[in-house]
Design a protein around this ligand. Sequence first.
Ligand SMILES: Nc1ncnc2c1ncn2[C@@H]1O[C@H](COP(=O)(O)OP(=O)(O)OP(=O)(O)O)[C@@H](O)[C@H]1O
Ligand SMILES: Nc1ccn([C@H]2C[C@H](O)[C@@H](COP(=O)(O)O)O2)c(=O)n1
Length: 420
Amino acid sequence: MSRRAMSLVAPWSSRVLSVELDGAHFYFSTREQHRGEEAPRVFREARKDARLYSLLVCGGDRVRRAVCHAQLKDTLLRELPPACHVSPMSSFVPNVRDSLLKGYFLKDHSESASPTERLLRDLSQRDPVFVCSYRKLQEGQLWTQHLWSGAGSPTADMSEDSYVVPSEAPECHPSTLNIINSDVFYSFEEAREVLNKCGDIIPEAMSVLELLPSGAEARSKPDFPVIVIEGLDATGKTTLTESLRDALGASLLRSPPQCLSPMRARFDREPPLIRRAFYALGNYITAEQIGLQGMETPVIVDRFWHSTAAYAIATAVSGQVCNLPAEGSEVYRWPGDLLQPSLVVLLTLEPEERKRRLSNRGQGETEEEKELDHNQLFRLKVETAYQRICGPAFVTVDASPSADQVLQQVLLLIRAKCHL
Ligand SMILES: Nc1ncnc2c1ncn2[C@@H]1O[C@H](COP(=O)(O)OP(=O)(O)OP(=O)(O)O)[C@@H](O)[C@H]1O
Ligand SMILES: Nc1ccn([C@H]2C[C@H](O)[C@@H](COP(=O)(O)O)O2)c(=O)n1
């Protein structure tokens, strides 16, 4: 097989494919010879009149892939006929880090194949997108996969079809495979590299780069304790951090820092790779500020690394809480070049009380906050990830008592653990 043909097959051969439908994952793979397996469930259960397709984003660097994946979704939702159902799909080598390629699986129930196929043909010629269509063979209810010419190539479709067969669920959930340095960044340089690469598509990236400290080289430890307050929105972080500042005569900082506020909304609209790199870098700016303030007074910080990592992990990992990387996974490690606070306090609250406080406050919610509100599962994943992150001393505090009671309890903890 020619090198060109091999590269065309690569996203599928020796890989497992996963389609996410209604929160459940269905796994299958492809095989040149059929060995009597039944068709994978996602094919068996497809409606009789459905035409099935898969699209995977391959090639290019990770910034290009991330942007293309986000744009592809917009294009599909905007331009496909209404009777075409789009689901997330991925291709991966089981349990192999960084092997995940993302895309979409289409079930087209529209009367004519033409509009969908015209759009897919166009996408596969224009973008680093590989397209496959699936065909049901009459004998034995088998399904075959046909790989179209791909990723901007004008070559004819590849002729050899392969069978689709069921595949076992892998030990590590596929959505965990690319977390490191795509969703969570463990060094200043890794995060900065992402923003360096997207300066031409996001002008705000240049402004962020200009605000960064010259490096994240180890500074001397602040003389005074540094206490980070974490928690989901409306758990009382602002209330508590302001009271702690007053009670301890401390400086109050936050992450992302104030200087990034004008750029934040723009990065919140970007794909996870870029958005999470922005928040990761915000921590390094805040760390620099902590280093300065911490020589003069105790420092209280409203959100820091735990927020960056926990929200990123919870968003990246699809499905159930059990799909999260297990406790002790390297995904939960603290970045080696980021200042470690003396104590991290996680405020927890029952969902009903958190919602009551949110509605009392009556402010607008970010998309991620709306997601937290609607999606109990996401909230659980964020809280579980928070608790698994290792590094600095960490304590969970029930935030349901009155604001003053919570303050007194946290002051006791700080005095005990930070000798203040
Ligand atoms: N212990 C408490 N008991 C009752 N209400 C509280 C308590 N702490 C804070 N609140 C109220 O709950 C609301 C949310 O509190 P706050 O703004 O401090 O939360 P937050 O964690 O900073 O939220 P966000 O992350 O969304 O900014 C506010 O209206 C605040 O007055
Ligand atoms: N250090 C931080 C702070 C915040 N984020 C992200 C995580 C959520 O998407 C959102 C919550 O912030 P809030 O709305 O409470 O200001 O911001 C982060 O990744 N890292």
